[in-house]
Design a protein around this ligand. Structure first.
Ligand code: KIV
Ligand code: ZN
Length: 546
């Protein structure tokens, strides 16, 4: 029998298996949930932002949050309010804009953290305090330097304190997957008795394997007497590449909330990728009869928005959202797909919002066609960003024979990155050189509205360009990475450049795209500097220790 294609049904959820219904405050509008409904908790803005180099400013966080809400994500973890004023403001801004999803903030098990979190989420119609404490022997001994009984006491105390401020409290047993079972059961029971409605068991270091993790969740259901008064949640890191597999195995064992991020962004190797989880539920509803409320057709848009803002490119062969995920290169596959798409496609591109557009763009295309094209590709930009992208598109179309969809993606992402920035590249001229006359860069930069110019020579044109930028905008950041890749084929292809900078342990990635590799390089460097300026305003994020 042929599998049912994701995209053939409108949700992929299996509602035949509706069982007893319970009320769950976690989900927006306190909907009545069927027993197979999985709450999707997105932590792109919190755990995702903890990826070295993936900083986002307030306005960018709000944009991502609004798209997550539109997608139907149930809970949006917007940040860690105590970490910095910037984090606090961003959580508050998200809480003020998001109307239907629950907005969560993270807090350690201290009154200061919890108060700050409660304050930040106050504007949200549905706010959640997500408080956590380590429970594994290793963490308790070396990180917390606390005896287990003290930890247990603190779990109850912190949750009771949070419950006095909000109804919806989630508690996480940090390093839960490496916690002794007896102690974990005692903590979970105490957390629920103190008022936690969601109990999260993170695989903080990505150490678990699926059957072991599922058994841990099943063990909690078997041994914790009040477990039916809470939703059990999972939060898996991807250090062994098992985050999605572990999350799904846990759902099969009874977990009903999955914490995940767009593109799998997150600490170290990242978190479970939301798009993979949601598409696995949709595509394999036969084996995974669980539903969630996410509109999968918005996945591609969300992936592009997050990678554009963070500067974390999606690897081409990444499941669901990589640019090769639906591409068929080999003759045998192409032949098969042409005869019957399901020979090699288990999901339709449409089901993840990947529309191959029929609008061919070139130098004669006008503003209206360009706007229609953007809409078709899933972009919704404000007028300023559309105008900026259009001017750059015309310029590109003048220089390049064919403008491909990939070119437009690179160009729009590049324009979006330059919204609300302090430093802008105005002009760049390069004079090639040799041993006796080194290459020279003539550069114009705008800093806070003031334009300045200079020339600098260097060991090659890229070096000259970066030296000129440093001359006009002095800084101590070290260049950690310089990487170029061609967006399409041909010598007139746009170059997409990534630059990684480090300043006092703070790393940022910058991106730039242009048919001129040196202009793309300068744009990437300037983008990284702008991100560094945002980072400088933040104090070091409070280490995740209680
Ligand atoms: O990985 C982890 O344990 C966390 C907790 C704070 C939930 O991110
Ligand atoms: Zn985490």
């Amino acid at each position: 029998m042929l599998p049912v294609m994701a995209g053939d049904s409108d949700s992929g959820s299996d509602l035949r298996s509706v069982g007893p219904i319970r009320f769950v405050g976690a989900h927006h509008m306190s909907v009545r949930m069927d027993k197979n409904r999985v709450v999707i908790f997105d932590t792109t803005l919190r755990d995702g932002e903890q990826s070295p180099g993936a900083s986002m400013n307030l306005e960018e966080k709000v944009r991502i949050a609004l798209l997550l809400e539109e997608m139907g994500v149930d809970v949006i973890e917007a940040g860690f309010p105590i970490a910095s004023n910037g984090d606090f403001d961003a959580v508050q801004a998200v809480a003020a804009r998001v109307r239907t999803a629950t907005v969560a903030g993270l807090a350690r098990a201290t009154k200061g953290d919890i108060d700050r979190c409660a304050e930040a989420i106050k504007p949200a119609p549905r706010g959640r305090i997500h408080t956590f404490l380590s429970t594994s022997p290793l963490h308790m001994k070396f990180k917390l330097q606390m005896e287990p009984d003290k930890v247990l006491e603190k779990v109850s105390e912190s949750i009771r304190y949070a419950r006095n401020l909000v109804d919806d409290v989630e508690w996480s047993a940090e390093d839960g997957s490496r916690t002794e079972h007896d102690f974990l059961c005692r903590c979970v029971e105490a957390a629920i008795a103190a008022g936690a409605r969601t109990i999260n068991i993170p695989d903080t270091v990505g150490y678990a394997v699926p059957d072991e993790y599922a058994a841990l969740i099943a063990m909690l259901f078997n041994r914790v007497p009040n477990i039916d008064r809470a939703i059990v949640s999972v939060h898996c890191h991807n250090d062994l590449g098992l985050a999605v597999a572990n999350s799904l195995a846990a759902v099969q064992a009874g977990a009903r909330q999955i914490e995940c991020t767009v593109n799998g962004l997150g600490e170290r190797a990242g978190n479970a990728a939301m798009e993979e989880i949601v598409m696995a539920l949709r595509t394999r509803a036969d084996r995974l009869p669980y539903s969630c409320g996410v509109r999968t057709e918005l996945i591609t848009r969300a992936s592009r928005l997050v990678s554009g803002i963070t500067g974390f490119a999606v690897q081409p062969n990444k499941a669901i959202v990589g640019r090769n995920a639906f591409a068929h290169e080999s003759g045998i596959h192409q032949d098969g797909v042409l005869k019957h798409a399901q020979t090699y496609e288990i999901m339709t591109p449409d089901s993840v919002g990947l529309v191959r557009s029929n609008l061919v763009m070139g130098k004669h295309s006008g503003r209206a066609a360009f706007k229609a094209k953007l809409r078709e590709m899933g972009y919704e930009l404000d007028d300023g960003a559309v105008e900026d992208a259009f001017v750059r598109f015309k310029d590109l179309a003048d220089r390049k024979k064919e403008v491909f969809d990939e070119d437009i993606v690179a160009l729009v992402d590049d324009s979006v990155l330059r919204d609300n920035v302090r430093i802008r590249l105005k002009a760049l001229e390069i004079l090639c050189g040799n041993k006796n006359n080194p290459p020279t860069a003539g550069l114009e930069l705008e800093d806070d509205g003031v334009v300045a110019a200079c020339t600098a020579s260097g060991d090659g044109p890229v070096d000259a360009t970066f030296k000129a930028i440093k001359q006009l905008f002095p800084h101590e950041a070290r260049l950690l990475l310089y990487q170029v890749h061609a967006v399409t084929q041909g010598t007139d292809a746009q170059a997409e450049v990534t630059v990684k900078l480090d300043e006092d342990g703070k790393t940022v990635d910058g991106q730039g795209a242009d048919t001129d590799t040196l202009v793309a390089s300068a744009r990437a460097y300037v983008h990284a500097l702008n991100k560094l300026l945002v980072k400088r305003q933040k104090t070091a994020p409070a280490a995740l220790s209680a």
